[in-house]
Design a protein around this ligand. Structure first.
Ligand code: TXA
Ligand code: MG
Length: 315
């Protein structure tokens, strides 16, 4: 299959209109979208990615008016988050509207809803004129793509179109918050931090703090975010062994930085989050076998960064 590259959101939206899939940029990572109301288009997403069919998709909206078409009862907690934090790197889990095919939600009666802030994503979703279900646009099990080039590496020849935007500015997937129960539960950490959520909803909890809560997030069951190389989190850069088949990324330079195959020092935790997945992919392309990743304190976006590092290390 030929994969068209375009920077025109309207040209990309035409693929959604005709029941096909399109990769598009968001500020978190690139997504692979399809019309949420079209079961055969949705099945193409699972096929192209090799994604397990019980892993639910996030549905993207252009404006708040589209939410009642895809979700039922929006609780006061959900309303508070939507009013303050949409558009942005946040997904809110709500009851699924019966008109949404269950293939979109991996058979669940809930649905993840997100409104991206990226201007190209917004133009694209406006042009689609309907909500668009989209997981990250990587092959299942690979790191999420933060550039259109990474999408092409994974899905070139498997999808008909990639909408080009610049590199994603956040670089980690959205924060997922389940708002269907008594208290909001963070199913996946992201750039909307636990601290920010608690500023509005102090009772917000982390799913990782209680195993019965974690069971609600099907995505966390799967191998995720993993490069081919072995990921080794280290607290102290001195523990990284400098060899030409090893990579290093962190806030501080390790000793013998020049002897690593690839070595990146990030200016701050935001930059580290933005660069992590791209660094994983560059290490794989260079054939490296080990990637040392300096750990950071698990607060702010550091919580999301450590979550992705731990998953990659244990994949
Ligand atoms: O930043 C993002 O969220 C990107 C962009 C494209 O929006 N999307 C993304 O999608 O990362 P995906 O499919 O790679 O990850 C979706 C996560 C999975 O862990 C999934 O289990 C969870 O969200 N999720 C989606 N719908 C859910 C639901 N109804 N209940 C619980 N978890 C849900
Ligand atoms: Mg994904």
């Amino acid at each position: 299959m030929h994969t068209l590259l375009t920077a025109d959101p309207k040209e990309a939206a035409a693929y959604i209109h005709r029941g096909d899939v399109v990769a598009f940029p968001t500020e978190t990572v690139y997504g692979l979208g399809a019309d949420v109301f079209d079961p055969s288009a949705l099945r193409k997403i699972f096929e192209a990615k090799g994604r397990p069919s019980d892993n639910p998709l996030i549905t993207h909206v252009a404006d708040l008016d589209q939410i009642p078409d895809i979700a039922g009862d929006v609780s006061p907690a959900a309303q508070a988050l939507i009013a303050r934090l949409f558009p942005g790197p946040l997904t809110v889990v709500l009851p699924r509207h019966p008109s949404v095919p269950s293939v979109a939600t991996g058979g669940l009666d809930t649905i993840g809803v997100r409104m991206p802030a990226h201007p190209v994503a917004q133009s694209f979703l406006q042009a689609c004129g309907r909500p668009v279900a989209a997981p990250s646009a990587n092959l299942s099990g690979r790191p999420s793509p933060t550039t259109w080039e990474a999408v092409r590496t994974d899905l070139g020849g498997r999808i008909p179109c990639i909408l080009q935007g610049g590199p994603s500015t956040v670089g980690l997937e959205s924060t997922v918050v389940d708002c269907t129960g008594d208290v909001p539960i963070v199913l996946r950490a992201g750039a909307v931090t636990l601290e920010a959520l608690r500023a509005f909803l102090p009772e917000t909890r982390l799913a990782t703090d209680a195993p019965h809560l974690l069971a609600r997030s099907p995505g966390t069951r799967y191998r995720h975010y993993a490069p081919g190389a072995r990921v080794l989190p280290i607290d102290d850069p001195q523990d990284a062994q400098a060899t030409s088949d090893a990579g290093y990324i962190g806030l501080d330079l390790p000793p013998d930085a020049g002897r690593f195959g690839l070595c990146v020092r990030c200016a701050d935790v935001d930059a580290y989050a933005r660069e992590l997945f791209d660094f994983f992919r560059r290490c794989d392309a260079a054939g490296l076998t080990r990637i040392y990743c300096q750990t950071v304190p698990a607060r702010g976006i550091g919580l999301a960064l450590m979550d992705r590092l731990e998953r990659a290390a244990h994949a």
